[in-house]
Write a protein that binds this ligand. Structure first.
Ligand code: NAD
Length: 498
């Protein structure tokens, strides 16, 4: 059976000791295995990155950026292959995989601005004949740990910028869908990246623990679930590493009584069920303000959901595909069961998806649950499946309080025609990414991405301008070249310009 390996110092290698099955979620079959990195393999990756660092650090930023220009071309030329690999292991439909890849490419485009982004700051004559400037220096070897749900895009949030900033990178992708991530990283060699600058170790907790405990790793970027994000952040910090750890989400959309309801339903349909709800920005809760808005929303949504097409990844007519594993499929079913047991109303039930010819795939049908209350388990947890829950409240303030009280604060949205309400909402809501009549307010590549509360541990957000700060350290230099023969005496008071 095909074994997915690691990319170390420009070569694909495999470990013989441990491997894990990789499934095709559309069919439910095991399609290949992924090699799980041993300590020796992770250390080989760190050593390769460490060895490549001095030369890469001294490579002019424009030359580093040129690698990214070529890389962008290669990503576009290989888009069909990449999307097919994403579909085979993740299950997302080709059109959705293409969107993911395009968002990733936009991060590569931003990384091409390295010479501009790394110019630093300069002040001439901060005192007579004294100039001062701040520069951004690379950290050294940095690591990224990424989730299954965006095997192309989330790694591309990290390493293009880390690399153009002069760092060397070790990526530990999700072991559940590793092939597209590895294939993309291999393209960097073709783009002209020197061996050792970019390395990929496939693996699990064992590989992550080695990265977190090795003092040669200077910074860690993590994206995944909140419990793991918190633990990685705590360990990385205790070990003196810079860390940004992005976690889970529960994204609410407020539906105001004045909203264009047909538009809100169409937007919610895509944002709740696209990618089977396996997006950290998926809208999983609709908070309807007033019973008449709630009744209209639920009846129109129920009707709209009749059009949903669910099936295997390769059929572009499908709206969404399976969830990632059988275990996750049962977890999602369990949340629907618990909502029903705790008194919610299952309006559309996705627990018996019948996908002709794909009976063993890990499908969950689109599910709509009304009259959900904040004490229910299905409300508190991130379900990460194609399940939209409706909570009824009687005012916009009650809707905002609900959102602010939730442990997560990744994304949110309001559907309204009232500019004043929208402005108040975006100004006060305790959430990091806000949409106004925009269901998935995922920032473009030149703004940074990050949630609030327990959706992000760390100060700097992912990609965009924050990534330049995260992957560099500031050095400020103050310089004077005394004129020949001019000597300054000792000065014992704090130097000032007064
Ligand atoms: P996960 O937390 O299970 O895994 C993420 C990564 O951590 C993987 O590489 C995995 O191998 C590794 N990992 C898992 N358990 C570990 C452990 N005990 N110790 C060390 N490493 C471990 O997440 P997932 O299921 O792959 O992805 C889905 C989650 O990611 C959801 O919660 C989703 O909201 C979140 N996510 C968040 C964002 C964001 O930007 N906030 C983006 C995408 C996904």
């Amino acid at each position: 059976m095909n074994l997915v390996g690691h990319l170390i110092n420009g070569e694909i290698v495999t470990d013989s000791q441990r491997a894990q099955d990789v499934y095709n979620p559309s069919t439910g079959e095991v399609s290949k295995q992924v090699s799980l990195a041993s300590k020796q393999t992770v250390e080989a990756a760190i050593a390769a990155a460490q060895a490549a660092f001095p030369a890469w650090r001294n490579t002019p930023a424009i030359k580093r950026a040129r690698v990214m220009f070529k890389f962008k071309d290669l990503l576009e030329q290989n888009a069909d292959k990449i999307c097919a690999l994403i579909g085979e292991e993740h299950g997302k439909i080709s059109h959705d995989a293409a969107g993911e890849l395009q968002r990733g490419i936009e991060n590569v485009e931003y990384a091409c601005c390295a010479p501009e982004l790394l110019k630093g700051e300069h002040s001439k004559n901060v005192a007579p004949n004294i100039d001062s400037w701040s520069e951004f220096q690379p950290l050294g070897v940095v690591a990224g740990i990424t989730p299954f749900n965006f095997p192309a895009m989330v790694p591309l949030w990290m390493y293009p910028m880390a690399i153009v900033c002069g760092n060397c990178f070790i990526l530990k992708p999700s072991e559940r869908d590793p092939s597209s991530t590895l294939f993309i990283a291999e393209l960097l060699k073709e783009a002209g990246l020197p061996d050792g600058v970019m390395n990929v170790v496939n693996g699990d907790k064992e590989a992550v623990d080695i990265l977190l405990n090795d003092e040669r790793i200077k910074a860690v970027s993590f994206v995944g679930s909140t419990p793991i994000a918190e633990s990685i952040y705590t360990t990385a910090n205790a070990n003196g590493k810079r860390c940004q750890a992005l976690g889970g989400a529960k994204n609410h959309a407020i539906v105001m009584p004045d909203a264009d309801m047909d538009n809100a339903v169409a937007q919610l349909l895509g944002a709740a069920f696209g990618s089977s709800g396996e997006r950290c920005m998926a809208l999983s809760v609709a908070v309807a303000v007033g019973d008449s808005a709630a009744d209209a929303l639920v009846s129109k949504m129920k009707e709209a959901m009749k059009t949903l097409k669910i099936g295997p990844c390769h059929d572009d007519n499908n709206d969404f595909g399976p969830v990632i594993t059988e275990q996750h499929q049962h977890k999602v079913f369990g949340y629907i069961d618990s909502a029903e047991e705790q008194g919610a109303e299952i309006v559309v039930d996705g627990r018996n998806p019948n996908i002709n010819g794909y009976e063993n795939g890990f499908y969950v049908g689109g599910t709509l649950i009304d009259r959900v209350t904040p004490d229910m388990d299905s409300y508190k947890a991130e379900i990460f499946g194609p399940v939209l829950q409706v909570v009824r409240v009687d005012s916009m303030q009650a809707a905002m309080d609900l959102i602010d009280d939730h442990e997560y604060g990744n994304g949110t949205c309001i559907f309204t025609r009232d500019g004043e309400a929208a402005r108040y909402f975006s100004d006060h809501i305790q959430v990091g990414m806000v949409g106004i009549n925009i269901p998935l307010p995922v920032p473009v590549a030149y703004h940074s991405f990050g949630g609030w509360k327990r959706s992000l541990f760390g100060d700097l957000h992912a990609y965009g301008p924050d990534a330049v700060r995260f992957y560099t350290k500031r050095k400020t230099i103050t310089q004077r070249w005394p004129s020949a023969g001019v000597r300054e005496g000792a000065q014992f008071s704090m130097p000032t310009m007064s």
